[in-house]
Design a protein around this ligand. Sequence first.
Ligand code: MSP
Length: 511
Amino acid sequence: MKPKYYITTPIYYVNGAPHIGHAYTTIACDVMARFKRLDGYDVFFLTGTDEHGQKVEKAAGDAGMDPQSFTDGTSALFRSLTERLKISNDDFIRTTEARHKASCQALWQTLAANNQIYLGGYEGWYAVRDEAFYDEGELTTRPDGTKVAPSGAPVEWVVEPSYFFRLSEWGDKLLEFYEQNPDFIAPASRRNEVISFVKSGLRDLSVSRTSFTWGVKVPDDEAHVMYVWLDALTNYITAAGYPDAGAERWGFWPADLHVVGKDILRFHAIYWPAFLMAAKLPTPKRVYAHGWWTAGGEKMSKSLGNVIDPQELADTFGLDSLRYFLLREVPFGNDGTFSRKALISRLNTELANDLGNLAQRSLSLIARNCDGRLPGDDLATAEDADLLGAANALVEGVRARMERQAFGDALEEIWKVIRAANAYIDHQAPWALKKTDINRMRCVLRVLVDVLRIVATLLQPFMPDKMAAMLDQLGVPTTMRQIADLEHRLAEGVALPAPQGVFPRFVEDAE
Ligand code: MSP
């Protein structure tokens, strides 16, 4: 039986249209999910939309719509972006679905039965934009006297009856949990942030609201809707079949990886494991907090009009180039500034030149000089062995980096081999060998095909369509494109299709 792997994106608020930040998280998860499938895992990859709460209710009101019709519309935008980005998710969850409401209520009842929830009153600050409660000490006062959350979101003073979750009792258990699971929070700098926050002391968490109605009803107390973060986090177990422990999907829980943005780490690394421990459910294995993309150094926002549309980028530059760029340009975990110029430069240098030309040069020589058939490698030299050795070692090297979600590093390892292969073809000059030693020429071309095959196989998760085309050109049967298949050699003499460039250069229109 294949080992199981469960990966999730955050579920997206449906108060507006998706932008590059949302596409980034989803693409990173898609790359990870595809890599695990390629490496022989049975993967369950979940994404979806977070539809309740005050922020979404307000956005619906502003649009003059009832929340359900409004969220039906905006959730569909996220679903269609997921499809247009060819994301390989296995499920798309909406928190307004019946399965999810039932799951939230079951979790609530379990927490209540375990004496983890009590009725009280909340009096304090709340930021609707973040859907988060803040302590006075976390806020800053602007020159005009208004107070804002650390995220810059305005806060309001809230006084209302509320149920509380006994979060304060979980501080030590959480610290112990982080200690015993050093890989639970990544990257390491984020882990330290979370630990010091927990060490500073946790207060009980308000987990219901009474001042609006757009949410999952609290069981047996209809005046309350659940706090949107309790509702939202629960999506990860809903999709795994909770509360039905006999559900086939339950075999995927606990999740192997929750990928989130740095802004929502606190919810995933503190509240979520605390809720689960309190409900006596297994905790997820890892939460990775990635950084934020800005537009020219500024936060993207509708009001600034600088929101970057992932669909437009995919249409202009090609989906796979966009995927490659997003994961290559900025180390996962760091913030980055989005720049079209940088995208074009990577596309033209790394994809078109380094990789595309290498394949095109090698394959056209085979087409012209080897009758279009895959040659053998009977005249191998030490240089061939070096290059092939480096390419074979990529499997382990890339796997280790993917395990840490070091996507940029994984790509850099692959590019080291691509650059070495370019140096090799220039040095061996198979076009000249044609006249002096045709058998050696055949061997050099075979080495290049073998190296390209390894590279293209490992790049499939990053650029699925382009690498499918490249593997077609290399004559690799579709049944032989898994990592495990790299152990099997391609048969000599196989006819290759007529070579066609996979990565055209991007030429900007003259203004
Ligand atoms: N609904 C919550 C998540 C609930 S998960 C149980 C939420 N939604 S969100 O739509 O506001 O954000 C979803 C994700 O998009 C977050 O991980 C956030 O970090 C990410 N991004 C939003 N803007 C971003 C950038 N500009 N750059 C990178 N990612 C950013 O939070």
